[in-house]
Design a protein around this ligand. Structure first.
Ligand code: BGC
Length: 366
């Protein structure tokens, strides 16, 4: 607007001078045309300048901030988006489906340019996608896949590989014996992928009769207290005769280890987890947990932020990889996870700066 005003003003000043100088009432033809053209200049040019200057706004709808990792995701995603010159509004739903939908609606009504969602419930979150699309907003599924909806992009880790890494590590130590599987929340697609990976490795050994899975349960809402109850149940049902435990993440592994501790089994049988949480890294160096799977969250957050902002700017995203979510082949980016045990702790999570050496070895008396 300002630019147009200035141009008009300049021309009127020039006109006035022209009139004074020429003393005539008639304007020269070409000059008149110029004046008309300036008067008729649409605001578009200025609007384009304004829209170029308008900051892209990303909405980030998170399921929970319960596990340590989600706090990292939140902080890293925010700073990555801001580094790209965009802004982000973040809401977390405390594991409540209805609240997550409500929060997503809030973000949509605030006029975000793109919605990034960590769904609490893979199926229920399809509603969010529909609502966003109705408002012309694209949706990126972050870490967890939204099922049965036309999502625009999925950025995560290779979650099946996470489960394979857990089972590979534990079967190396216990090639024969009784296994307990403490799964994640069955409403989370990742929990299914982790389990698929685990059983991909276990199944041939089960078929051979070397391994028996004596307990296999989901952990409702990923709650560590439910994992504790599951582990207790597994111990009671098997008279304490268990040879190995694979838990779907470090928070559930932590509580399973607490239940093992109560019967004197902590540190005696191998336990696998996932997330490379600080508490898990500490348990690994003291020997109560065998391994974890490290998923470099900074890479996930930065990659998701980069793609979200690019997509919001209308750029075409070519991922080269597709994942079927029950409705569409979703363009996907799946980052590689890293298996971590006592022997490679220093060159993985510590050298990456994910945790400090001081923090990890805090409880290690050796
Ligand atoms: C994530 C894990 C996390 C779990 C519980 C999964 O979808 O991939 O990293 O521990 O949810 O929040």
């Amino acid at each position: 607007m300002e630019l147009r005003m200035r141009r008009l003003l300049t021309w009127f000043v020039m006109l006035a001078l022209f009139y004074v100088a020429s003393g005539c009432e008639k304007m020269d033809n070409s000059l008149q045309k110029e004046v008309e053209s300036v008067k008729n200049t649409p605001l578009l040019q200025n609007e384009e300048v304004a829209s170029e200057e308008k900051k892209i706004k990303i909405g980030f709808s998170m399921d929970t901030l319960e596990e340590e990792r989600w706090l990292r995701d939140r902080a890293l995603f925010k700073s990555a988006v801001e580094t790209l010159g965009a802004e982000v509004e973040i809401l977390a739903a405390n594991g409540d489906d209805a609240l997550q939908v409500l929060q997503a609606e809030t973000l949509i009504s605030q006029g975000v340019d793109l919605l990034v969602v960590v769904p609490h419930n893979a199926e229920a979150a399809a509603t969010i996608v529909k609502k966003a699309h109705l408002a012309g907003i694209k949706v990126l599924s972050y870490d967890r896949l939204i099922k049965n909806a036309k999502i625009d992009l999925y950025v995560s880790f290779d979650n099946e590989r996470v489960g394979e890494m857990q089972a590979e590590a534990i079967t190396k130590i216990v090639p024969k014996g009784k296994y307990v599987y403490i799964g994640g929340a069955d409403t989370d697609n990742n929990a299914h992928l982790f389990k698929k990976g685990v059983f991909h490795v276990l199944q041939p050994l089960i078929d051979k009769g070397d391994i028996t899975v004596v307990y296999d349960q989901w952990t409702k809402n990923w709650l560590p207290s439910n994992a504790y109850a599951n582990m207790k149940e597994a111990l009671i049902a098997n008279g304490g005769k268990i040879d190995a435990v694979i838990a779907a993440n470090d928070a559930t592994a932590g509580m399973a280890i607490e239940a093992l501790q109560e019967v004197g089994l902590a540190g005696k049988i191998p336990v696998a987890g996932q997330d490379a949480e600080l508490a898990a890294a500490q348990r690994i160096v003291v020997g109560t947990q065998t391994m974890t799977v490290y998923k470099p969250i900074p890479t996930l957050a930065e990659e998701a932020a980069r793609l979200a902002v690019a997509m919001a700017r209308g750029e075409f995203i070519d991922t080269g990889r597709k994942v079927n979510n029950g409705k569409v082949e979703v363009p996907s980016v799946l980052l590689p996870p890293i298996a971590v045990n006592k022997s490679n702790m220093d060159e993985t999570v510590i050298s990456d700066g994910f945790h400090s050496k001081e923090d990890v070895y805090k409880g290690d008396k050796q």
